[in-house]
Design a protein. Structure first.
Length: 363
């Protein structure tokens, strides 16, 4: 009888390159334990990113590889997920009750950033994470309509706000506090102060991820976010069109200058899908987002189609990920969510919460 060794099991696991971590699970330190008992093998895997739609596939792949070893009769694979806080900009501490802040940005308007942000937040939730979304566009808040939520937020203590929950997603927006058609005629400092208050005065509930839907551009709001708000990573949304890519590059460079890691680029409106015949056409160009990612050596997270259902469902308050959870487009959002959160999982862990606040007082 052939005796199986732990080393042989490790070698079999190393031969599989995880598609999201882009390295083997041993190198990624995702394998917590390997136990060999005669001809029986048990492996415990802990992923640092939500992966409900991927766990069964991972279990199947690992079982097949280990079962192919001579001397193995039974293989048990346990996969669980633990999302931790990751490093933010120097001098800033993670928010209480929020493990990671992910900023969704674009260099220009009209590229579908807000639609992408809400669907990615819902995709992270569908993958098993606890998620919130902050609508940082003070001048043109859109998340209340996209989430189908129009109620006023409540306050338990008269000082802070409870997040509005819709589709299981915790959310906050200036749109909950004003009438939908009321224009915000505010100067820059008022806008940035309002953004900070919305973020810090909301009683978020144990979030793994807070997705911040930024307004387009690289102005006051973006600078405030990058300098005063602890951000773990940013996602750039663009279309394949040259003019959109030009502005997306500015957004990417802005995050680089303020030491916010760019988790990757999403190319929206990549392909137009005809609602009548299903014909697919690259009406805004092809491959621009991927080329930009290669040029700046950042991950390319995926493409999303220009599909009328995305617009209709989001305008109706039921974004695609919740309206058609098993559909092709929802799976595309979930794939991008897994890729982005896996990139974040590889970043350094934040230890700032372990250190006490130092307060100097005159006595």
């Amino acid at each position: 009888m052939t005796t199986i060794t732990r080393s042989e099991v490790e070698t079999a696991i190393k031969e599989y390159i995880d598609p999201y971590l882009e390295q083997d699970l041993i190198s990624a330190k995702a394998v917590r334990d390997i136990r060999v008992d005669g001809d029986r093998v048990k492996v415990d895997v802990q992923l640092g990113f939500p992966a409900k739609g991927y766990q069964e596939e991972l279990i199947t792949v690992l079982k097949e590889r280990i079962e192919s070893l001579s001397g193995v009769s039974t293989v048990t694979i346990q996969v669980d997920v633990k999302v931790i806080s990751h490093e933010v900009q120097k001098g800033l501490k993670p928010l209480s009750q929020v493990k990671n802040v992910i900023a969704i940005a674009s260099g220009k308007g009209g590229v579908g950033k807000s639609t992408t942000a809400v669907n990615l937040a819902l995709a992270l939730q569908a993958e098993g994470a606890i998620v919130g979304i902050l609508d940082a566009d003070i001048y043109g808040p859109s998340q209340p309509r996209m989430l189908g939520a129009h109620q006023k937020p409540t306050s338990k203590d008269g000082r802070s706000l409870e997040p509005v929950v819709s589709h299981g997603l915790q959310s906050m927006s200036i749109g909950y506090l004003i009438e939908e058609e009321t224009p915000m005629i505010w100067r820059g400092p008022m806008v940035t102060q309002a953004l900070e208050q919305l973020l810090r005065d909301t009683q978020w509930k144990a979030l793994d991820y807070l997705v911040i839907d930024l307004p387009p551009g690289t102005g006051d709001t973006q600078l405030t976010l990058s300098q005063k708000i602890p951000v773990s990573g940013a996602i750039i949304v663009t279309t394949p069109q040259d003019i959109a890519l030009l502005d997306a590059r500015k957004g990417l460079k802005m995050f680089e200058k303020v030491d916010v890691p760019v988790l990757g680029i999403v190319e929206n409106m990549s392909i137009h899908i005809c609602s009548r015949c299903g014909y697919e056409e690259h009406i805004f160009g092809e491959g621009g987002g991927r080329r930009m990612a290669e040029q700046y050596q950042v991950p390319f997270l995926g493409t999303l189609p220009l599909d009328i259902r995305i617009r209709e469902e989001t305008d109706g308050g039921n974004p695609t990920v919740v309206m058609e959870p098993d559909g092709r487009i929802a799976q595309m959002y979930r794939e991008i969510a897994r890729r982005a959160s896996a990139k974040l999982a590889l970043q350094a862990k934040s230890y700032s919460q372990l250190f006490p606040n130092i307060v100097i007082q005159n006595t």
